[in-house]
Design a protein around this ligand. Structure first.
Ligand code: B1M
Length: 214
C-alpha cells in the first residue's frame, strides 16, 4: 500500500468527518508498519489543521469542526493504543493538563501517551485545569515536572500565571515546567520563564528527558 495514499486518505477522512473509514485506515497504517505519530502528523493532523483553517475563514462551522475532532480523536486513540506502555524503570513524574478556559486536548493526549511510552509516570489532569490544581497535584505526587498545553491565544496567559504562582510560593526550582500548544513558541516560553518548550509530542519527550538530566 502506498504511504502517501494512506496519508491522503487520513486527511480526507478528517475533512469529510468520515467516521466509518477511520478505524480501517488507522489499522491499515499500523499493519503497513507506519509509525503511529508519523501517521498522525502526516495524515490526520493535516486534515484537522485544514478544518481549523476552513473554520477560521467561515467555510465550515463549529458542529462540523466538532465532528472532525471526534473522528481525529478516534484515529489517535487507535494509533496510540499500539504504543508500548513503558512500565520498566520510572524516569520521572509529570503532571500535565490543558490550561483553564481551554478544552483542546487531542495534542496534549498525544504528549501524555508518548511520555508514558517512554517510561514517565504521568498524571493527566485533563482540560480546563486551574493553575492551583497543577500545583496541588505536583505537590501531592512529588512531581518533577509540570506541563501545560494551551491552544488558544486567550488562554496562554495561564501558562504565565503558573510561572508567577510557582515563583510566589517558592516552588519554581522544585517543579520544572514545560509549555506547548499550537500558538505557543520558544519565545513565549522564554518570556514567561518556562523551563522548556516543545513543538510536538516527540520533542516534548526529548525536552522532558533533558529536564530530568537524562
Ligand atoms: Co478549536 N481553535 N476552538 N476546537 N481548534 C483552534 C485552536 C484555532 C486555531 C482554529 C482556527 O480558528 N484556525 C482557534 C484558536 C484561535 C486563537 O486562539 N487565536 C480555535 C477556536 C477559536 C476555537 C473555539 C473558540 C471555537 C468557538 O467555540 N467559536 C473553541 C474554543 C473552546 C475552548 O477551548 N474553550 C474551539 C473548539 C474546538 C473543538 C471542540 C471543536 C475542537 C477541540 C476538540 C478537542 O481537543 N477535544 C477544536 C479543534 C480540533 C481545533 C483545531 C482545528 C485543531 C487542534 C488539534 O487537535 N490539532 C485548532 C486549529 C489548529 O491548531 N491549527 C483549533 C491536532 C493536534 C495533534 O495538534 O493540538 O497542536 P496540537 O498539539 C500538538 C502540539 O501543539 C504539541 O504537541 C501536540 C502533538 O504534536 N503540544 C504540546 C500540544 N500541547 C503540548 C504540551 C506540551 C508540549 C507540546 O508540553 C506540556
Amino acid at each position: 500500500m502506498d504511504r502517501e495514499k494512506l496519508f491522503k486518505d487520513a486527511q480526507d477522512i478528517i475533512i469529510k468527518c468520515d467516521n466509518d473509514r477511520v478505524e480501517e485506515v488507522a489499522k491499515l497504517a499500523l499493519s503497513e508498519g507506519i509509525e503511529p505519530l508519523e501517521m498522525i502528523n502526516e495524515g490526520f493532523r493535516v486534515g484537522i489543521t485544514k478544518m481549523g483553517d476552513l473554520f477560521e475563514r467561515g467555510e465550515v462551522f463549529l458542529p462540523e469542526l466538532i465532528q472532525s475532532a471526534e473522528v481525529m480523536k478516534k484515529a489517535t486513540d487507535i494509533l496510540m493504543e499500539s504504543l508500548p506502555k513503558g512500565i520498566d524503570t520510572k524516569r520521572g513524574t509529570v503532571v500535565i493538563g490543558t490550561v483553564q478556559g481551554d478544552i483542546h486536548d487531542i495534542g496534549k493526549i498525544l504528549v501524555v501517551t508518548m511520555l508514558q511510552a517512554n517510561s514517565f509516570e504521568v498524571f493527566d489532569l485533563g482540560h480546563d485545569v486551574e493553575t492551583e490544581m497543577f500545583i496541588e497535584k505536583a505537590k501531592e505526587t512529588n512531581a518533577d515536572i509540570i506541563g501545560t498545553s494551551s491552544l488558544l491565544t486567550t488562554t496562554m496567559k495561564y501558562q504565565k500565571e503558573l510561572e508567577d504562582e510557582l515563583k510566589k510560593s517558592g516552588l519554581k526550582g522544585k517543579f520544572k515546567t514545560i509549555v506547548g500548544g499550537a500558538p505557543v513558541t520558544q519565545r513565549w516560553a522564554d518570556r514567561i520563564g518556562a523551563d522548556a518548550y516543545a513543538e510536538n509530542a516527540s520533542t516534548a519527550v526529548r525536552e522532558v528527558q533533558s529536564l530530568m538530566g537524562s
